[in-house]
Write a protein that binds this ligand. Structure first.
Ligand code: PGA
Length: 242
């Protein structure tokens, strides 16, 4: 595990964007696992700038997002479809048919999970999986539980997760109760995992995830088993690490 801690948020963003850019430069047909939430916004902004400067292209790449809310229209500004268009897809040359996000409005959600896993299987090993970290240790929407699932599945969002995400909605009640998420098996299969965490409010869970016991009540602790984990932290998120 390689942990890099930054005093400067823009340097952190640049480091994250450079890792992704480097993959696209050496392997234009890269398969990238992408994340949403507040954490990666600055990394996407830097990636868009690099793309606009002609440093790399997404034309041959394939992407898979980790998750999407169930029952939130894709056109809702807080759907992860909207988020990805706003922060990345709307500004780069990635062909829409190569950008995959699970469909949280599918009539048959179980069939949608199987469809998503089949697409992932066909694409082959992800070159990189970008991850944020939930306050409760979730990765994607794999919430703490007595057991974790390998493949894509439907989850009931933890109360803590809904509270944390309420900041993006007009009222806490508007936060969807369920989501569709990639499983931890898919996440751990990536060649490289890039975990990005910011803020003092995540300092405890960073310590628990990276140095505590490996247990399903902290899904991110499973990342300790990954042979190629890179962690980017701001100073506050890393302050409880010795
Ligand atoms: P955040 O979410 O980036 O909005 O803090 C991270 C997560 O819940 O995985």
């Amino acid at each position: 595990m390689n942990i890099l801690t930054f005093d400067d948020e823009e340097k952190l963003n640049e480091a994250g964007a450079n890792i992704i850019a480097g993959i696209l430069q050496t392997k234009p047909r890269a398969v990238l696992g992408l994340a949403t939430g507040g954490t990666p916004v600055g990394i996407y902004r830097q990636l868009v700038q690099g793309f606009q400067r002609g440093l790399f292209s997404f034309r041959q790449a394939t992407t898979f997002n980790l998750d999407e809310y169930v029952g939130l229209p894709e056109t809702h500004p807080e759907s992860y479809h909207s988020y990805m268009r706003r922060h990345l897809f709307g500004h780069i040359d990635l062909p829409p048919e190569q950008a995959h996000i699970p469909d949280g409005n599918a009539a048959d959600l179980e069939a949608e999970c199987r469809r998503y896993d089949a697409l992932i299987e066909r694409a082959g090993q992800f070159d990189l999986q970008l991850l944020g970290l939930g306050h409760n240790g979730h990765i994607g929407f794999n919430e703490p539980s007595h057991a974790l699932l390998r493949g894509t599945h439907i989850v009931d969002l933890a109360a803590e997760t809904r509270r944390a995400n309420a900041r993006f909605f007009a009222s806490p009640d508007e936060v969807p109760k369920r989501a569709i998420t990639m499983g931890v098996g898919t996440i751990l299969k990536a060649k490289m995992i890039l975990l990005v965490v910011r803020g003092a409010d995540k300092a405890d869970i960073v310590r628990r995830a990276l140095t505590g016991p490996i247990a399903t009540d902290c899904p991110a602790s499973l990342l300790q088993t990954h042979p190629h984990l890179v962690v980017l932290l701001d100073r506050e998120a890393g302050r409880n690490l010795s």
